[in-house]
Design a protein around this ligand. Structure first.
Ligand code: NAI
Length: 258
């Protein structure tokens, strides 16, 4: 059985996804900048916010999986409390870079899952901007090109996750001839270490208010099974899609009832 590659395995949603896949006997290669306290499989320590880190991680995966991999879930991400260049480097170019670097190891019938966010709801309005940014050939000039744009630098997390939605559709089209599926999952607020940073970035009242409206925050167990589903052959006709897993928050906010 070929392994599945997961990023962000040392915390939250990535750690829970690893546990589910391990429980169904799937061999894993986990990538994270931090060492996990609990992980069964091959662990690769790498910082995915730079091309050098992505290249090192991809080389380690190729060594560990000479016969190829069965899937890839890009779960690692940082909140908007990090410097905006870091947010865009890991959340957008980390995803794009790893998919492209590992595509040669992904065979027919395999799947990629990217973590977006339910905050990325008005994505159509920024689709062109995201496409120009996320699909630019040169990462350094793409970052420089948005340096004066407050909408991007002031809301870097939101922009990064909107880019993930656009990138997911684009990569699904790019990899369609190779029969590699690419989908995204958009969680609402989930109780993991990143949530405290969301409170600092988006405002404590807003985040607590969302939790109160929904009755609770999400749990990694609400999200990980959906990632697992999208990695499995049973979801073979789901491609280029986003699955919102947010307890209804996005529907409520978009309904006019909010
Ligand atoms: P988390 O903070 O618990 O875990 C993130 C993991 O990514 C950590 O293990 C961290 O070390 C790793 N990571 C961060 N930067 C990295 C880098 N440069 N290189 C390698 N690894 C790196 O967060 P959580 O909640 O598990 O989030 C997982 C994904 O889900 C993220 O992409 C996040 O943006 C997204 N998400 C989370 C939501 C939430 O409320 N928890 C809501 C919407 C989306």
């Amino acid at each position: 059985q070929l392994p599945i590659v997961l990023t962000g395995v040392s915390s939250g949603i990535g750690a829970r996804t690893a546990r589910i896949l391990t429980s169904r006997g799937v061999p894993l290669i986990g990538i994270d900048r931090n060492k996990p306290t609990e992980f069964s499989g091959t662990f690769v320590q790498a910082d995915l916010s730079s091309q050098a880190g992505i290249d090192a991680a991809a080389a380690a995966v190729a060594d560990a999986a000479p016969n190829g991999i069965a899937g890839l879930a890009n779960i690692a991400g940082v909140p908007g409390t990090a410097p905006w260049r870091t947010v865009l480097a890991i959340n957008v170019f980390g995803v794009r870079g790893l998919v492209r670097a590992l595509a040669p190891l992904l065979g027919e019938g395999t799947a990629v899952v990217n973590l977006a966010s339910s905050v990325a709801v008005n994505w159509r309005e920024v689709k062109a901007k995201c496409a120009a940014f996320a699909l630019a050939d040169d990462q350094a000039s793409a970052l420089d090109s948005v340096a004066g744009d407050d909408e991007v630098t002031g809301e870097s997390y939101l922009f990064s996750k909107q880019c993930v939605r656009v990138l997911t559709e684009h990569l699904a089209a790019e990899l369609l001839p190779q029969r590699i599926r690419v989908n995204s999952v958009s969680p609402g607020p989930v109780a993991t270490p990143i949530l405290e940073d969301f409170k600092k970035d988006h405002g404590r009242d807003k985040v607590e208010g969302a939790g109160a409206l929904l009755g609770r925050f999400g749990d990694p167990d609400d999200i990980a099974p959906v990632i697992d589903f999208l990695l499995r052959p049973e979801s073979g006709w789901v491609n280029g899609s986003d699955i919102r897993v947010d307890g209804g928050l996005g529907a409520y906010r978009g309904s006019g009832l909010a």
